[in-house]
Write a protein that binds this ligand. Structure first.
Ligand code: GLV
Ligand code: MN
Ligand code: MN
Length: 389
């Protein structure tokens, strides 16, 4: 039965991977037509599992299993259905599809729960469209800021806000996106905390000019300044990435006058991350000053490190131990919707081994036998939660 569920999860992940806004590769960004189609397809699987399905104003897909107990609170399960550009097929969908299968297994067994379960496919964990992450889960949690709303076109997403008193927890299954589980030969791991992150936009403004006439010593080349900054980022001592760079009006024969780049800084320790961001800002100012450039330094989004809830994490650990598996606890360097949900309820996460620790890459791969463990553990988790005082 469970091995059948794992095969279905794999088949569904394959079918979902075909829904994309860029033919030939997987790309599903916030509120795109591809996301609407993904919500339709996954919504049909939720319906087949007996869930009541709707899409909220933030494009989150929600499938609800109502408890027979009146006034019962709700436990959320899920992950995200948006992707990076040219993504792998597991980052996000694995958590949504294992949740649907775990719920389906329990319903088939005639289980009655003292709480409602909502399975969620969140609409924006990656933040590709606006550089800010968690638009869907923050809309649900009611934590969008005025700055978010100023940036985005889809203002109506604020109305997706739910009453936090409805919920008593959130659990998310996700690929590890790192090599630890593979190295230790363990299919799943229990997450202790999720690293904080800072996302910034950095602009170097120089003077555009003729590539053939302005002497090298008289240039104010914004791209050369940005290049020097990127090498400083590489040496800053925490996890830091320039993932996107744009040269305005770039051409072979034009000295770059305007360059903007994204900066993403992560650490488990918030003060170390903030100190690294400050040091990089000073570095950028020095580079700009020395090269006669202007600098625009904009903080786009910042989230603190989030500890996973002790009780929910312990329940996950018990479910893993019950399968005779070593309980490996590990932190997450990647961000997850659990960060946004932690504003309104306790959160926990289960990581699943992925090949080579590779993610944000079409080569993402997860074994069906590991998917099976994840579905089993998640179904056990819900049952244990129901017995928990
Ligand atoms: C999400 O994948 C992130 O950026 O951590
Ligand atoms: Mn993810
Ligand atoms: Mn991701």
């Amino acid at each position: 039965m469970i091995s059948h569920s794992a095969k279905i999860v794999q088949q569904r992940i394959g079918a979902l991977a075909k829904i994309t806004e860029e033919p030939g590769r997987i790309t599903r960004t916030f509120a795109s037509p591809a996301m609407r189609r993904a919500n339709e397809l996954v919504g049909a699987w939720m319906r087949a599992a007996g869930l009541e399905v709707r899409v909220d104003a933030a494009f989150n897909l929600l499938g609800r299993w109502n408890s027979t107990q009146r006034g019962a609170k709700t436990f959320l399960l899920g992950s995200h259905l948006d992707t990076v550009r040219d993504a792998g097929k597991y980052d996000g969908p694995l958590g949504v599809l294992t949740a649907i299968s775990a719920v389906e297994l329990l319903r088939e067994r005639g289980v009655k729960l003292p709480f409602n379960v909502e399975v969620v496919g969140f609409s924006d964990e990656e933040g590709v469209r606006y550089q800010t992450t968690y638009l869907g889960s923050r809309a649900l949690a009611g934590t969008l800021t005025a700055a978010d709303l100023a940036r985005i076109e889809e203002k109506q997403i604020v109305t997706a806000r739910r009453n936090k008193n409805e919920f008593f927890g959130y659990a998310e299954v996700h690929i590890e996106q790192g090599p630890v589980l593979e190295k230790k030969k363990i299919p799943v791991g229990v997450v202790t905390a999720i690293a904080g992150q800072s996302r910034l936009r950095v602009e170097f403004l120089g003077v555009a000019g003729h590539a053939g006439t302005v002497p090298m010593t008289l240039r104010h080349d914004a791209l050369a300044g940005a290049a020097e900054f990127i090498l400083a980022v590489e040496k800053c001592g925490v996890l830091a990435t320039v993932g996107k760079i744009e040269v305005a009006n770039g051409a072979s024969n034009v000295i770059p006058g305007n360059v903007s780049l994204t900066l993403d800084v992560r650490d488990q320790n918030d003060s170390r991350r903030l100190a690294a961001v400050k040091a990089l800002q000073i570095k950028a100012q020095n580079i700009a000053q020395r090269r006669g450039l202007r600098l625009n330094w904009t903080l786009v989004q910042q989230t603190s490190a989030v500890p996973c809830d002790k009780t929910l994490t312990q329940i996950f650990s018990q479910c893993v131990a019950q399968r005779g598996l070593e309980v490996l606890k590990l932190p997450s360097g990647a961000g997850h919707d659990a960060v946004a949900l932690s504003a309104i309820c306790p959160v926990a996460m289960l990581f699943v081994r992925c090949k080579g620790g590779i993610s944000h890459n079409p080569a993402e791969s997860v074994k069906t036998s590991d998917v099976r463990v994840a579905v089993e553990v998640l179904a056990d988790f819900i049952l244990r939660l129901a017995k928990h005082p």
